[in-house]
Design a protein around this ligand. Structure first.
Ligand SMILES: Cc1cc2nc3c(=O)[nH]c(=O)nc-3n(C[C@H](O)[C@H](O)[C@H](O)COP(=O)(O)OP(=O)(O)OC[C@H]3O[C@@H](n4cnc5c(N)ncnc54)[C@H](O)[C@@H]3O)c2cc1C
Length: 486
């Protein structure tokens, strides 16, 4: 483990796309601590398959079309200001990725092979095969590694933060020990909340820690119940890990079939398989109610097998491991939790309402997505708004005093681990009551039970280990989600 100093100008909690990109855009004279809860490669960014949307040197496309597709997917509830920033600044950040060495796929002419995904009216998704996120993260981490002013600390959990006159004190859990550092600015880039659900595509780190910490600091949490359920997760009925089968597979011609192997999307939307994700997930649940079966299939066996294998090597191989050949047969799918549109409310510079507290990436709510995110807009949002956070901090940093005040944390003496089963129960409550079509009949009951669990966790008689901290984060998120529904 790296040795840490007592003071940093900026602490960034989260080393996914948002956290790394913020670090890369902070001025080199600021000392930065970049935290990852586990290894830096374990995060949602590393899992992104489809790609990153944007209009960059794209004849026949323009930012107004991109904005319009985003608005349609978001049911016209998007924040117009941040949306305009997202689409108009996409080109500079995609170009920057290329400068950092991201190898987006190219076609035979040497131009970028932009792909199509549900809800986009043009082929505007830059991708690296079906592992775009891992490729982007690889390049970003490599760049961050060259910065002498940035210390990356993996397996370091931000557990709590307190506001001080000069910024924040941030408590860290490393190797089972609690310690703290002081900073002028705190950027939360802790990712999503998928692990609040039984079935999710998200990585194990996605327990909503940053949202809980922002809430404790008095930041506004907005639209936490705006959750996207991806329609085509591989339906592995046995484990919590739901392997995502990218939307791009439908973009390249795959059909959805019901338990009778019939295509059914024509009953629900004229855009058929290329309707936005919420529409497709909703259609699957309605079709399931119509047929009385939860068996659904994704079928691309009619397309050229070599093209499918070359375009989706990771998905093809992962499915083969599960006993399915994507090029020859339909594969079982079902919706599952995938993405959070809401989060820590921020302005166009990623600032929360708490002085010097910033949030970016999936834990933040910029309002760009509105009610539902358009495919491949989230990596873009993570980059655009983390860069803007860094630029704003660069402006503000000139005015700060060099002093660091140290804030005290309430001591933790308990040694008893949190009771077993709380996290399982929380996940079950959300899965049963707030999935694609909310269970309005039992919402109050679910909320009351989550409130009881929060009280049980908050009685502070538990050892402050990772299990406790994640349970606290999951319970806070579950509470905020259900509260919005009452
Ligand atoms: C399977 C899958 C496929 C996807 N495909 C696409 C796609 O094709 N295109 C697209 O645009 N989007 C896609 N997304 C969404 C996109 O990947 C994410 O929204 C985005 O990468 C989030 O980036 P982030 O930096 O905010 O969070 P993450 O990449 O999840 O990073 C979070 C970081 O925070 C750290 N962290 C968390 N809690 C703590 C703590 N308490 N202390 C310290 N560190 C902490 C973690 O260790 C991690 O380093 C996909 C998501 C999934 C799950």
């Amino acid at each position: 483990m790296v040795n840490l100093e007592q003071n940093y100008n900026v602490v960034i909690a989260g080393a996914g796309a948002a956290g790394c990109y913020a670090a890369l855009h902070l001025p080199p004279h600021l000392r930065v601590l970049l935290l990852a809860k586990r290894e830096a490669t374990l995060c949602n960014s590393a899992l992104a398959q489809g790609g990153i949307a944007g209009v960059w040197n794209s004849p026949g496309d323009n930012i107004e079309l991109h904005a319009n597709d985003t608005r349609i997917a978001g049911a016209f509830t998007n924040n117009p200001k941040t949306l305009q920033i997202l689409v108009s600044e996409a080109a500079q950040d995609i170009e920057q990725l290329v400068e950092y060495g991201v190898e987006f796929d190219k076609n035979a002419d040497g131009d970028y092979d932009r792909t199509l995904e549900g809800g986009h009216c043009r082929r505007r998704i830059f991708h690296y095969r079906d592992s775009t996120g891992a490729e982007i993260l690889r390049a970003l981490l490599a760049q961050v590694g060259t910065l002498p002013n940035v210390t990356i600390s993996e397996f370091t959990v931000m557990s709590r933060a307190v506001k001080t006159e000069t910024g924040f004190s941030v408590e860290l859990l490393r190797d089972g020990e609690l310690s703290s550092v002081d900073c002028h600015f705190l950027i939360l880039a802790t990712g999503g909340i998928g692990r609040v659900y039984e079935y999710t595509t998200n990585s194990a780190i996605a327990t909503g820690d940053g949202i809980r910490i922002a809430y404790e600091l008095g930041a506004r949490i907005k639209n936490l119940s705006l959750i996207q359920f991806h329609p085509t997760a591989f339906n592995n009925k046995h484990t919590r890990e739901c392997f995502l089968i990218s939307e791009a597979v439908r973009g390249e011609g795959a059909y959805l079939r019901n338990c009778n192997m019939e295509r059914f999307m024509h009953r629900y939307d004229d855009r058929l398989e290329l309707a936005p994700r919420d529409v497709v997930s909703h259609a699957i649940i309605l079709e399931s109610q119509r047929t009385g079966s939860k068996d659904f299939w994704l079928d691309i066996s009619h397309e050229d097998p070599e093209v499918v294998k070359a375009r989706f090597p990771k998905i093809y191989n992962k499915l083969l491991e599960q006993g399915y050949d994507l090029t020859k047969e339909p594969v079982p799918i079902y919706p599952c939790q995938h993405y959070l549109m809401g989060g820590i409310d921020v302005n166009a510079f990623a600032q929360t309402r708490v002085d010097r507290l910033y949030a970016c990436g999936e834990c933040a709510h910029t309002g760009v997505h509105g009610n539902n995110r358009l495919a491949s807009n989230s990596l873009l949002e993570a980059l655009v708004f983390s860069r803007r956070a860094a630029e704003e901090i660069a402006r503000e940093a000139d005015a700060i005093t060099p002093r660091f005040e140290h804030g005290e944390f309430k001591p933790v003496t308990a040694t008893e681990p949190i009771p077993h089963g709380i996290r399982t129960e929380l996940r079950k409550i959300l899965q049963e009551n707030y999935f694609v079509i909310p269970n309005t009949e039992h919402m109050r009951e679910a909320y009351d039970r989550v409130t009881e669990l929060i009280q049980l966790i908050a009685c502070e008689d538990w050892k402050m280990d990772l299990d406790y901290l994640e349970a606290k984060s999951q319970a806070t998120c579950a509470y905020l989600i259900l509260e919005e529904q009452l």
